[in-house]
Design a protein around this ligand. Structure first.
Ligand code: BG6
Ligand code: MG
Length: 215
């Protein structure tokens, strides 16, 4: 079998936290009088918290100290974490859980590769706290996607070589990270239009067909 492990991005792949990120960033942007909309929010996908803030600050007149940047990103995270408390196992799509279970039954290792420092909390909220074989997230990396570090670490955690790993992503930065790490990637959602992925999925369960065709 070509793929021995699948590394899933979390936000936008396993769950949908875009709206929560948007609401939390919007609060900060409004406080600072910075224009911010959902199109700008889409540019934050896969990008670390601080890099996301730098993108928002592109429309800020003036210069902000590092201290203030830390304060505002911490503020955003507090709002975001409060919103995340609304998540529950009911937010886990049935198709996603069934697909994960079937892949696991085939003996494929399942890992998370997320830029988020809240990944473990989100997994817990979804009832997937102990589900994955490994979680590589924003807490164990020094460079964010499109750097491959988060996926390289995930592959190491499950003990598989990059060529035996498949990454599933909804963001261009994530596809670039997988490719830079020497891994195949499958695109879902908006990432399909990048044309960078090894596989384009119409729906999450298409992953089962990818795996069957590669057995
Ligand atoms: C990624 C999201 O998964 O995590 C980004 O797509 C986000 O939008 C990044 O900025 C960092 O998340 P957190 O939870 O550590 O602020
Ligand atoms: Mg994502």
């Amino acid at each position: 079998m070509r793929y021995k492990a699948i590394i899933f991005d979390l936000d936008g792949v396993i769950c949908h936290t875009d709206q929560y990120h948007y609401m939390a960033w919007k609060r900060v942007a409004d406080d600072l009088g910075i224009y911010f909309d959902e199109t700008i929010n889409n540019r934050l996908r896969g990008v670390s918290r601080m890099e996301s803030f730098e993108i928002i600050l592109e429309r800020y007149d003036g210069k902000m100290s590092e201290e203030d940047k830390i304060r505002y990103t911490a503020e955003k995270n507090e709002v975001y974490k409060t919103l995340l408390k609304n998540m529950s196992p009911a937010d886990l799509d049935g198709e996603i859980k069934e697909t994960l279970d079937e892949l696991r039954e085939k003996g494929i290792k399942l890992a998370i590769g997320s830029s988020s420092k809240n990944a473990k909390f989100i997994l817990g909220q979804l009832g997937l706290g102990e589900y994955f074989d490994a979680v590589s997230d924003g807490n164990n990396i020094t460079r964010s996607k499109p750097d491959p570090e988060v996926f390289v670490k995930a592959a190491q955690y499950v003990g598989e070589r990059p060529e035996h790993c498949l990454v599933v992503e909804d963001a261009k930065a994530g596809l670039e990270a997988a490719i830079a790490g020497g891994m195949d990637c499958a695109a879902v959602g908006d990432a399909v239009s990048c044309g960078l992925a090894t596989w384009n999925l119409n729906t999450f369960s298409d992953l089962k067909n990818v795996i069957s065709s590669e057995q």
